[in-house]
Design a protein. Structure first.
Lengths: 357, 268
């Protein structure tokens, strides 16, 4: 559908895109995720045609887009600022792209009405665009881009200007909308949670390169580097030492965990220096009174408690460890929140560990 | 906060600024050749004398042609320069934009004489066209300043959005950019028009003797008998200026309201 072939982009001496290779499938909700300045917006703009590339190729449906200007590419964009034309009405904004459409006036008006209904703004057509709220502007921008039935909808941080609650609502609405229209959505975001919630697949970018391209669960469970692991959610690290490596099994001695045998799929990177074992906060579980110890468990001391209502985060020190790690527990009615200084049994499964080398 | 000193200062300031202008209509309707108090009886004679003045009519006509042409050219040039400087990066932008703005601070007398010398050595004969040339030179920096601020407040993604929705660069300019900078265009036109109408130095140096309003007024003050009818003319000019200002403000406010921006103050 969309293919990047060794795409490079220079701004003078600045190397903004450093050899991007990726394929985005038709009908997929794809996200470009990374910190600001990683090149994610630049990459999105090379698809739209707002940004030229220095070398390589961008293909849409197998066709090289080199020299194809933005106004004839089969893509439409929802801008970060929404870019609603302030001097036009909602209707005129949504119908703007139909100006060159040969259909009759009545047909176009119906298309505009349908697009507005689709984004939940039926009856708003006659309003002045500047009189809308942030969320409504965003819906107008969506309707305006989707009315042209593009092959690809490009979304440049479309939710970053909305407040938390509105953002969460719009995330769900966007997913529904994408399923409904069935076209490829490419979202740029710096919010890892948003990328995980919305996407079929995510490309994590750092400094002009794609660090990892995977589905949200793989990104979360099996990040391919410490950097990706750090960027997505919270990941604890413990220093370790490889004891033996044979037949796809790696035996590691890790601080606080003792000897663990890991599968080859849990081993990330190919370095030969120091190694670290990583794990997510929810993979470490405090065993409360009466719970049977699992196959692997050790003793830990609670050093910090952060209460979030539905969850409690504990910073605990595993026996034999020189630093604390964070673990999260879902709060269950009737179970107490532990105090600082409490000694507890924590259980864990070797399968939840990832080895970074 | 009470500050009687500041209040008095403000009142004195305004009186100093506007009293001479208020005196204009008073003496324009005063039946005396001498511009002094006490006032004599009421008359509209000076206005009749002014209206009957054939040379004045030619001068007004010439000045209107000059001001209209100047405002049009300066605004078009300003539109190009402002767009180029705000939207694009190009080599030599800073010095080039600087050179466009320099006439704002150069002594106009020097510019006028220099321009005159160049035009004469090129063999160009003086006419109202050479006056327009001089006026465009001094009005363009004002047009560039006003239009640059209009372009600066324009979100760049608006034109990208129009382009993305299938419009060409030319139709994007016509449908999106121009309507949104229109208040700036009107403001630029009116300010250039006003500057041109009462501009004296260029009109005096670069003309070939055809009557021009500012030059004509200057010339007439040498004859005491003509002063009261100049007062009448001044009254008309003030009335026209205020009307223009109100029209400009009307368009500016309408522009602000249409684009939904916050009104941050204008002429009125």
């Amino acid at each position: 559908m969309i293919e990047f072939r060794d795409v490079h982009k220079y701004y003078g001496d600045y190397h903004a895109l450093r050899g991007i290779n990726a394929t985005i499938r038709a009908g997929e909700f794809f996200s470009l995720l990374g910190p600001s300045g990683c090149g994610k917006t630049t990459l999105l703009r090379t698809i739209a045609g707002f940004e030229g590339i220095s070398s390589g190729a961008v293909l849409i449906d197998g066709r090289d887009m080199e020299g194809v200007p933005a106004n004839v590419r089969p893509t439409n964009m929802v801008f970060q600022s929404y870019a609603i034309f302030p001097h036009l009405t909602v209707e005129e904004n949504v119908g703007f792209g139909l100006r060159r459409d040969p259909r009759s006036k009545a047909d176009k008006a119906r298309a505009v009405g349908d697009a507005l209904t689709m984004v939940g703004l039926a009856g708003f057509g006659k309003r002045a665009a500047h009189a809308l709220s942030g969320g409504q502007r965003q819906r107008v921008a969506l309707a305006r881009a989707l009315i042209l039935k593009p092959k690809v909808l490009l979304l440049d941080e479309p939710l970053s200007a909305l407040d938390k609650k509105m953002r969460e609502n719009m995330q769900v609405e966007l997913i529904k909308l994408q399923r409904q229209v069935g076209i490829t959505f490419i979202l740029v975001t710096h919010d890892q949670e948003e990328a995980l919630v919305m996407s079929d697949r995510v490309a994590v970018m750092f400094e002009g390169e794609i660090a990892q391209l995977a589905d949200p669960e793989t990104l979360y469970r099996r990040p391919n580097s410490r950097k990706v692991a750090d960027f997505i959610g919270t990941m604890n690290f413990m220093p370790g030492r490889i004891l033996s490596e044979a037949g796809g099994r790696v035996e590691v001695e890790a601080m606080g965990f003792g000897r663990v045998t890991l599968d080859q799929t849990q081993v990330m990177g190919a370095g030969t220096g120091e190694v670290a074992v990583g794990f997510r906060p929810e993979t470490l579980t405090i065993l409360f009174d009466g719970q049977a110890p699992q196959d692997r468990h050790s003793t830990a001391t609670v050093e910090e408690v952060v209460y979030y209502g539905d969850m409690t985060y504990y910073d605990v020190r595993l026996e034999g460890a020189d630093h604390t790690v964070r673990l999260s527990m879902r709060n269950v009615f009737g179970r107490p929140v532990l105090d600082i200084g409490t000694k507890a049994q924590v259980a864990w499964a070797p399968g939840a560990l990832v080895l970074f080398r | 906060m009470r500050a009687p000193g500041l209040r008095a200062y403000a009142v004195i300031y305004l009186v100093f600024l506007y009293a001479p202008i208020i005196l204009l209509p008073i003496f324009a309707f005063n039946d005396s050749r001498v511009v002094a108090f006490p006032l004599q009886s009421f008359t509209t004679g000076w206005f009749r004398q002014m209206a009957a003045d054939q040379v004045l009519q030619t001068a007004v006509g010439n000045s209107l042609i000059i001001a209209f042409s100047t405002a049009t050219f300066a605004t078009i040039l300003g539109l190009f320069a402002a767009r180029a400087s705000v939207r694009y990066a190009w080599p030599g932008k800073v010095p080039v934009m600087g050179l466009i703005m320099v006439p704002l601070v150069l002594p106009e007398m020097i510019v006028a004489v220099a321009l005159l010398t160049v035009l004469l050595s090129m063999g160009v004969s003086l006419s109202i066209f050479t006056i327009i040339l001089g006026h465009v030179l001094i009005c363009t920096p004002f047009a560039v300043t006003i239009l640059s601020s209009a372009f600066q407040s324009l979100d760049r993604s608006l034109e990208e959005a129009a382009y993305d929705l299938g419009e060409t660069p030319a139709s994007t300019f016509r449908l999106i950019i121009l309507p949104l900078v229109m208040p700036g265009v009107i403001a630029s036109f009116l300010i250039c028009f006003t500057i041109s109408i009462d501009e004296f130095i260029m009109s005096n140096f670069l003309g070939s003797g055809e009557p021009i309003l500012s030059v004509y007024i200057f010339g007439n003050f040498r004859f005491p008998a003509r002063v009261p009818s100049m007062m009448a003319l001044g009254t008309v000019l003030v009335a026209v200026s205020i009307t223009l200002l109100i029209i400009a403000e009307y368009f500016r406010r309408r522009g602000v309201a249409r684009s939904g921006a916050k009104d941050t103050g204008g002429f009125l």
